[in-house]
Design a protein around this ligand. Sequence first.
Ligand code: ADP
Ligand code: MG
Length: 257
Amino acid sequence: YSAESAAAQANREGEFAAPPSASVTRFSELTRLGVNQGLVDALTRGMGYENMTEVQSMSINSALKGIDMVAQAKTGTGKTLAFLIPVFQRVLADRPELADRRGIRRASSRDIRAIILSPTRELAEQIGVEARKLARNTNIIVQTAVGGTRKREALVKMWREGCDVLVATPGRLNDLLTDPEAKVAAPKLQAFVLDEADRMLDVGFADELQEIQKSLPHRHEVERQTLLFSATIPRDVVHLAKSMVRPDNFEFVQTIK
Ligand code: ADP
Ligand code: MG
C-alpha cells in the first residue's frame, strides 16, 4: 500500500467512471465538435449526406483534434470526406475570414494552407470536385494541379483566383514548388494529405514524395497536420508513414468494413 499506488488506482477508477467519449457519427452533429456551420450545411443540405461511414467517423473525430493520422479503409468507404472535413476546418481556424462567402479575399498562390496529393489525374480531379462542393458556403478556393494539362494555364488561374487548398499529383506539385517562376508556395501550410498512399508507391512516386517534403516548411516553422490514407498498408507504406507523421502525436485508424 503506497500512496502512489492508491493515487494510480483512484486515477484508474476515475477513468472507468468517466462516460465513454461519444463519437460523432452524423454530419449534422459536427457543429458540436466546433465544425463551421457552412461546412455542415454543405454536407447535409448541399450534398445530402446524413450518416458518416465508419472511416469518416473515426478519422474526423480524431483528426479534428489536430493529430496526425494514418488511416486504412477499403475503396468506396468515403475516405475523401474523411480528410476533407478536418482539413477544411483547419484552414478556417487559421483563416477565419474565409468562413464568410461574401467576404473580400486576398488572392494568393503563395500561401497555400492545405495540400492534398493523389496518385492520378482522375482521382485528383474527383477530389477537387468534392472539395469545391464542401467549400460552397465559404471563401475557400480549391485549385487542382495535375500532369498532362497545361502548366501555364493552371498557374494563371492560381495567380488570379488564389489558392487555399491545392489538390495535386506528386509530379506536378514538385514541379510547381521547385519552379521559382511558378510563384507557388506554402510557407503557412496547415495540412498535408497523402491519399491512396499504396497506389502512390506502386506508381513510383516515392522519390517525388521525398522531394516535396523537402520543399515544405519545416515542422518547427509551422504546426502542420499530416494525414495519410490508404486502402492497404504494406511495408513500404509503413516506412513512408513513419517518415511523415509526428511519432508523438499520431493515431492509426483501421476499419474492417
Ligand atoms: P474512397 O476514397 O474510400 O474510395 P470516396 O471518398 O471516393 O471513397 O467515396 C465513395 C462514394 O461514396 C462517393 O460517391 C461519395 O460521394 C459517397 N459517400 C461518401 N461519404 C458518404 C456518406 N457518408 N454517405 C453516403 N455516401 C457517401
Ligand atoms: Mg479515394
